[in-house]
Ligand binder design. Sequence first.
Ligand code: TXA
Ligand code: MG
Length: 340
Amino acid sequence: MNTIYFEALTPENIARAADIIRAGGLLGIPTETVYGLGANALDEKAVLHIFEAKGRPQDNPLIIHVPDASWLERYCESVPEAAYRLAERFWPGPLTMILPRKPIVPLRTTGGLETVGVRCPDHPVTLAVIRKADVPIAAPSGNTSGRPSPTCMEDMREDMDGKIDAIFDGGPCRVGVESTIIDLTCTPPRLLRPGGLPLEMLEDVLGEVAVDKAVVSLLKDGEKPKAPGMKYRHYAPKAPVTVFTGDPEKSARYIEAHLPASAGVICFSEFTGLYPGHIVHDLGSFTDKAEQARRVFDALREFDHEAVTEIYAQCPDASGLGLAIGNRLKKAAGFHIVEV
Ligand code: TXA
Ligand code: MG
């Protein structure tokens, strides 16, 4: 298949991209979090092609993307008042809400679940394509299953060129980690995946929020996470990763003292000079979590082109965006963590 590349946000390109969606095709879409691999969420055959192109297990549900909160009742049964409060405050933005699905949303899309994840992305291209197509777009992150999520058009091309109909270039992703997922079908609401919207901001609107075990630890055999995708080794570069938590200065020195000769490093900007002779990727300053979020997948992805036998990574503390950044690093490491 010859993949088409759309570059400029013009009415003509939006119309062509919307036609691809309406015809059951696959479209790489930019969002503020990561690029997605999109198709008409209501078209079972199109959705099946998403699973095939990604190599994604069929039981791992897709989230659907809508242009505003007024579409919630088209696809969700009994939308609670809390959903509208969250949408009012955080949409468009990096928040996915899990709600009961209406039968119009195929089980193929929801991985067989009676619930559906809904998100309104904050990107003019994708919002325009959804409105023009007048159907919700189902989209997982646009990576091949198991690889780090794509945060620019080039990443998307690397994984999907020749496998999908088109990719729309919307520039580099502003947030860099995927959306936060909150399950509103239980009491208290439950955080299933930390992401671009910090937990503290959800608590500000919802009060108490439970945190799913899969967010902070490796599940034991037989344990099932509520977001099926959280059970897969994920975001992972080819070389094994070890994550070092604790005070940044201390963990940087610890890595310096223990780093094997052929290992690469992901560290905060302040410490890049400590590892001469090693391949080092700069995660951004330890004072700037927004920058760390933008860089984390790139740092992991880059190592696939480099000869390292393993990767040592510094990790921010869990406040604010640190919970999501740390979660992505720890998942890449299979929760192989050293507390310094
Ligand atoms: O930022 C994002 O959320 C990106 C962009 C493209 O919007 N999308 C994304 O999709 O990250 P994906 O498929 O890579 O991750 C969605 C996660 C998966 O772990 C999946 O298991 C979970 O959401 N999920 C989807 N529907 C669910 C449901 N009904 N109940 C529980 N978990 C669900
Ligand atoms: Mg994904």
